[in-house]
Design a protein around this ligand. Structure first.
Ligand code: IPE
Ligand code: IPE
Ligand code: MG
Length: 236
């Protein structure tokens, strides 16, 4: 049997926490609790199978429109992971980076993020990105605004804006583009996630809700990925 090629960077749109809870007659919040636990478990699974970069979509710029109760439950969970579960991962050589606009988050959450990024910056194991208050359009807007002011003050020339300049000035600077993008819960959309970075990613959709996603489901995605004939615009 041929050895499976493991994608370098796997990104996941973790969807279906609410549906998972509903199916069990539980409040939506419980779906997020279970989903959070699963992020922690999957971190170690990714590391074990040799994935180098793992990016998860935890909270979108649009998710603020959910009920106050749900947003506050998500923020409470986030606090708890940033101060314990992810901290533990950082001690296990995982490097953690947050993508998205953190300035809208509560001050204490911003501080937890800063500490976690600083404490894990030299870690050489799994490179773990968490998208919080992330939207790809907002990411591009922020990058454009900064670039426009650099052009205005003369520190940048219009012709310096190359594709690699753009890649290097998005939140994911220094992180290779995802090879495989997975979305759980049978929704076939990208929902404003990594629009620039997924230009040539392979997409994989599965039925299971995020709290039920596990190593077997990930291996199914990787087997499917191995059947794809990846192209980057080149005719073969
Ligand atoms: C994904 O689950 C988690 C977040 C978006 C925070 P959902 O909460 O979107 O679950 P469904 O889509 O309602 O089932
Ligand atoms: C996308 O899921 C955002 C996250 C997984 C954090 P949503 O459930 O918010 O997306 P839509 O609204 O169904 O597109
Ligand atoms: Mg959803």
């Amino acid at each position: 049997m041929e050895v499976l090629k493991i994608p370098t960077h796997v990104a996941i749109i973790m969807d279906g926490n609410g549906r998972w809870a509903k199916a069990k007659g539980l409040p939506r919040k419980m779906g997020h609790v279970q989903g959070g636990k699963n992020v922690e478990d999957m971190l170690y699974v990714c590391d074990e199978i040799g994935i180098k970069y793992f990016t998860v979509y935890a909270f979108s710029t649009e998710n603020w429109k959910r009920s106050e109760d749900e947003v506050s439950a998500l923020m409470t969970l986030l606090r708890s992971y940033l101060s314990s579960g992810f901290k533990k991962a950082a001690k296990n050589n995982v490097r953690i980076r947050i993508i998205g606009d953190r300035t809208r988050l509560a001050d204490d959450i911003q501080k937890l993020i800063e500490d976690l990024e600083e404490d894990s910056k030299d870690n050489t194991g799994l490179q773990f990105q968490i998208a919080i208050n992330y939207g790809a359009r907002d990411e591009i807007r922020r990058m454009m605004q900064k670039t426009a002011s650099e052009i205005a003050d003369g520190s940048l020339k219009a012709e310096d804006i190359t594709e690699s300049y753009i890649s290097d000035h998005l939140d994911t600077a220094g992180i290779p583009d995802p090879d495989l993008l997975i979305r759980t819960s049978n929704e076939l959309r990208i929902s404003n996630f990594l629009l620039w970075q997924c230009a040539y990613s392979e997409f994989y959709f599965c039925d299971c809700n995020w709290p039920d996603f596990n190593k077997d489901e990930l291996m199914k995605a990787i087997v499917e990925y191995n059947k794809r004939d990846r192209r980057f615009g080149n005719a073969k």
